[in-house]
Design a protein around this ligand. Sequence first.
Ligand code: GUN
Length: 294
Amino acid sequence: MQLIDGNFISQQIKEELTAAVAERGNKGLKIPHLAAVLVGENGASLTYVNSKVKTCEQVGFRSTLVQLPVEVTQEELINQIRGLNQDADIDGYIIQLPLPAHIDEKAVLMQVDPNKDVDGFHPECIGKMALGMDTFLPATPAGIIELIKRYNIETSGKKCVVIGRSHIVGMPMGLLMQRNDYPGNATVTTLHSKSTQIKEVCQDADILIVALGKPGFVTGDMVKEGAVVIDVGITRVADESKKSGFRIAGDVDFASVSPKCSWITPVPGGVGPMTIASLLMNTMKSAQRKDTVS
Ligand code: GUN
């Protein structure tokens, strides 16, 4: 078993971005600027957004955090989004999800300018991704694609099983793994809450991508010898032995699964750090797009 080290690869990407930002500065090109919109004070969301802003600083990007109270109206939120769409200095921005229940998430995400949608959630981005056109790929699936590339993992002709069909991970991941590209060209099966024979289907997978948000869901008896296992789970589980009172648990039972794998992502330190790295890569791409336009 070999580890797919997301900490190492994300660090490598951050160094590449730092060098690219410095080069842009030397050439008088625009410094990439990412904004994040956070509604309310959900602990996990606050941690993610702060981490996104901090990573921007590390690589030399500009960053803006727009923090709105939990009771903000949908109209006020959409007004903020219009402001970000019009702000020429902002290359890309994200609306941290989930949004409070009184806000219609789909209606809000529709307002994001697809040219600034570095999360790749807008229907135009998803449509372009499905058609293999140039666009921003959603950050977590893009991060997984990057890991597969940088570890030279073969995907062509492989049986890939994706557990979960969320719009953020499972659905785009399935599309990317079956596209005619590298990584891609896999035979993809999606499993979800209404699927049957989950264990048997998983046992046949050469590549198993697990994104359902249930700690320890995949156990050793569900995994084929030599499989590649990508664990997207990042659930906070109460743990009194930790100062924070919780630990981060993956969807894969690492102890029983890892001995059977050729490659596996740990949690933490696997897919997690890649999400921010790909968000920053998307923001760089957005800034670079403007170089040729202006
Ligand atoms: N919440 C959970 N994952 C994500 C993500 O990738 N982007 C945003 N904006 N919110 C999230």
